[in-house]
Unconditional design. Structure first.
Length: 116
């Protein structure tokens, strides 16, 4: 492995570690009802429902995503979901859940990987 490849690998490891640390902090914060009530993520997932993937994920129409155009997506792994409050935490971010899909139609498999 050359220096450039090693540095890229180190950057990926650091990014993953930061994301997991933030995820752990967010999961612990869900124990505080005031945290959830005050949470107002700008990224939304409309017409959402379970998506078939190697991990538990959601599929739907994403809006206001900082890295993706609005449209159909399948998120990365879901670590927290509260359907009553309309909140979900995936590997990278919080989603505001709007309008759960009521039919059983399948979503196209469009993965967002680790940048959801």
């Amino acid at each position: 492995m050359n220096t450039k490849e090693r540095l890229k690998n180190e950057d990926e490891i650091k990014t993953t570690a930061r994301n997991l640390h933030q995820l752990a902090d967010d999961l612990l914060s869900t124990l505080n009802p005031d945290f959830l009530i005050g949470l107002n993520p700008t990224t939304t997932l409309r017409d959402w429902g379970p998506a078939i993937k190697m991990t538990d994920s959601l599929g739907g129409i994403v809006e206001n995503h900082p890295l993706r155009d609005d449209g159909l997506v399948v998120t990365s792994e879901v670590f927290y979901i509260d359907t009553k409050l309309g909140l979900a935490r995936t590997y990278n971010r919080w989603y505001r859940l709007l309008g759960k899909r009521t039919d059983r139609r399948s979503l196209p498999v469009v993965t967002m990987g680790r940048s959801d």
